[in-house]
Design a protein around this ligand. Structure first.
Ligand code: FAD
Ligand code: NAD
Length: 452
């Protein structure tokens, strides 16, 4: 006999933990099932420890900028405090007891096991079958997508997990993929003295962003000593005598002590049993509607929906799901037109909404404006490390911004004003009449708007 509950949450990463906790606090009987660590990828192998690494690496870079501006300074990079901080402050050495206690403290039941969906309302885990009166929430996230390159399988390559866990840095590192993970970690390791080579299949890194963003980030990393092989497809990977050799399609080779595979993520729903819910286990993502419903009494939140692999999206969708499940009369519907994202390289690449190309492909009447950060008063004062730009993408028919990029020092923070503009469709005429404080980085937004 199945155990009766109100809601079953499968996967307790960012999205699942938020959903389960809120529903339990609202008084529902909630079972949350997690096969690894409650909290998921973000606190243990993603956002949080990687940003601790970035904070440390940026301190090194800032210290090196003292010369010529504030005297002289030397810095001796040491990975030990970074590895220690990740263990002691971020991950409890990858122990999730605090997170489990936090969730059970809210009233949810936590089962540590691999969940299998067994029927339209039933899930099996921990030797028990649970039946949900209100429904099932799927929040199983993604796993690294490892390309089928000859020789790669079976080698001790890293994914983001091993890169985050590293205690002793290698002398050299090959990174497959110049996306968010590849670029952030390449800069970190290069600033700590590792010889880094990034192999990117596309012509430019950060391919999903404005082309200017890719150029800016790549050139910054090149100044940190990172080597790039762009438009380069790996044909073969070899591992011998403690070193990786990657052979590219043009026959050239590149070697490194370690190899980090950062070529994107994929959903892992093949064995989850979602066919019992009428969903396709082989699909690239679980499609959801504006209430993040994936079917009758089925919701999906976070990376598994393929809407955007970001913690803020998982939290946003969790909120939509919770309020729909609780049948709130004013439950909001999801809109992704102002999806923000920040690649935390130095300079930071913040962006919201559509790129210029996406806006043109959507058939909009596009106008763009752009201004370099070094040309702003604040950028000029800032001097070393001031590279960046503001770019705005306007739908000229509606007179509103549909996208923007804020790249530069604190680019992710400056992004907030642009995110409000895109989210709320603030008329460009109104944005032009705003007073932008002097001398701030965000004042460059006013300059970019003049270029429209
Ligand atoms: C290196 C790195 C850096 C990142 N940096 C950022 C950043 O700076 N900002 C940002 O917004 N995002 C960042 N992200 C992305 C962010 O981590 C994800 O978007 C976020 O974790 C998604 O949350 P989720 O709940 O959808 O999935 P996850 O966090 O992946 O959680 C899914 C959970 O489901 C569990 N699960 C899966 N299948 C089952 C099953 N059958 N039974 C039980 N449990 C199951 C998994 O064990 C996992 O814990 C980063 C990611 C990486 C890898
Ligand atoms: N700051 C952040 O918000 C942040 C940081 C890290 C990760 N993330 C999230 O994690 C997800 C995964 O990050 P990611 O960097 O692995 O993926 P990604 O999709 O951002 O980038 C993958 C890159 O690998 C390249 N690539 C794919 N196959 C290749 C191959 N065979 N050879 C060479 N290059 C190849 C792609 O062209 C792409 O540029 C991202 O979608 C992102 O949303 C977010």
């Amino acid at each position: 006999m199945a155990k009766q509950v109100d809601v079953i949450v499968v996967g307790l990463g960012v999205g699942g933990e938020e959903t389960a906790g809120r529903l339990a606090q609202a008084g529902l009987r909630v079972v949350g099932i997690e096969s690894r660590l409650v909290g998921g990828e973000c606190p243990y192998y993603g956002c949080v420890p990687s940003k601790m690494m970035i904070r440390a690496a940026n301190l090194i870079a800032e210290t090196r900028r003292v010369d010529g501006i504030a005297g002289t300074a030397t810095v001796q990079p040491d990975w030990a405090p970074v590895a220690k901080r990740i263990r002691e402050e971020a991950t409890d050495s990858w122990n999730d007891q605090v997170a489990v206690d936090r969730l059970t403290g809210k009233g949810a039941t936590v089962i540590k096991d691999v969940a299998t969906i067994t029927g339209p309302n039933t899930v099996r885990a921990g030797g028990t079958e649970y039946e949900a009166a209100r429904g099932i929430v799927i929040a199983t996230g993604t796993v690294p997508s490892v390309p089928p390159i000859d020789g790669l399988a079976g080698t001790p390559y890293w994914t983001n997990r091993e890169a985050i866990e590293v205690e002793t840095l290698p002398a050299s590192l090959l990174i497959l993929g110049g996306g968010a993970i590849g670029m952030e970690l390449a800069q970190v390791f290069a600033r700590f003295g590792v010889q880094v080579t990034v192999i990117e299949g596309a012509p430019e890194v950060l391919a999903m962003e404005e082309p200017e963003s890719g150029v800016l980030a790549r050139e910054a990393l090149e100044r940190d000593g990172v080597t790039f092989r762009r438009g380069a497809h790996a044909k073969q990977v070899g591992y011998a005598d403690g070193a990786f050799t990657v052979t590219l399609e043009d026959g050239s080779t590149t070697t490194g002590e370690k190899l980090l595979v950062a070529t994107g993520r994929r959903v892992a729903t093949a064995d989850l049993g979602i066919d019992k819910l009428g969903l396709d286990p082989a699909a690239r993502r679980i499609e959801v509607d504006e209430h993040v419903r994936a079917g009758d009494r089925v919701w999906a939140v976070g990376d598994v929906t393929g809407v955007g692999a970001f913690t803020h999206n998982a939290m946003y969708q969790a909120d939509i799901a919770v309020r729909d499940i609780l049948q709130e009369p004013d439950a909001p519907t999801a809109s992704y037109h102002a999806m923000p994202r920040v690649t935390f390289t130095d300079p930071e690449i913040g962006a919201v909404g559509l790129t210029e190309k996406q806006a043109r492909d959507a058939g909009l009447n596009v106008r763009t404006g752009s201004t370099p950060i070094p040309a702003s008063t604040r950028g000029w004062i800032h001097k070393a490390g001031n590279e960046g730009f503001i770019k705005v993408v306007m739908d000229a028919d509606r007179g509103v911004l549909v996208g923007a990029t804020s790249a530069g020092p604190t680019g992710g923070e400056v992004l907030s004003a642009l995110a409000v503009a895109v989210h709320a469709a603030v008329p460009v005429n109104s944005l032009r009449q705003m007073i932008y404080a002097y001398p701030t980085f965000h004042r460059a937004i006013g300059e970019a708007l003049k270029e429209l």
